[in-house]
Write a protein that binds this ligand. Sequence first.
Ligand code: URA
Length: 240
Amino acid sequence: MERLQKVMAHAGIASRRKCEEIIEAGRVKVNGETVRELGTKVSNNDLIEVDGVPIYREEPRYFLLYKPKNMISAVSDDKDRPVVVDLIEGIEERIYPIGRLDFDTTGLLLLTNDGDFANLLMHPSYQVPKTYIAKVSDIPTDKGINLLRRGIVIDGKKTAPATVNVKSVNKDNRTSIVELTISEGWNHQVKKMFEAINCPVSKLKRERFGFLDLGKLQPGEYRELTAFEVDKLRKFATNN
Ligand code: URA
């Protein structure tokens, strides 16, 4: 479900602010009923009319992108840094990333213009497991690994149990490669979890999102999800 003014703005009616004025003026109907409340939420199945004209809803699109390093996971950036949506070429729909990866993180990022789908995947009670490969400074101790596995307090909150596999250790450089699977998506969560066990992350890549992986994609490349994958993700999110 998305706010009516957001859906209207998305459909190109006017800016979000102007759409609010149009709603308050009683010019908008949802399923035949005039709606004046700005908090109204609508789903993909609701019929929205402005001045009696049904609004054009964009076809839902779903992309899986291999996010390269040094890109912002957003549709625009106030500092004019490169943003991930610029990589998806030749489409008219206004897509945006589902969640975010840090500027310096690489890996699997989903993008869509389907707000219900994005909300479902980001909703705290329906979080999908995400697998990261981190290069960290130092060699995590057994105690540190167990803390990550059981849950560790970061920003005053305890993380849910995680799956942790130490893939390799370089004793000379004192670095390690660790695979971590978590279900939440807090801000900088993986980096904070490793910081909390004194192994700061120097490189981070998201390899999997639920059952999806990067396959043969290279950084900057993308593909559309199949209808089957989209349905499966919807089911996967609600069953986990
Ligand atoms: N956790 C982080 O710390 N950074 C990311 O980009 C994703 C998860």
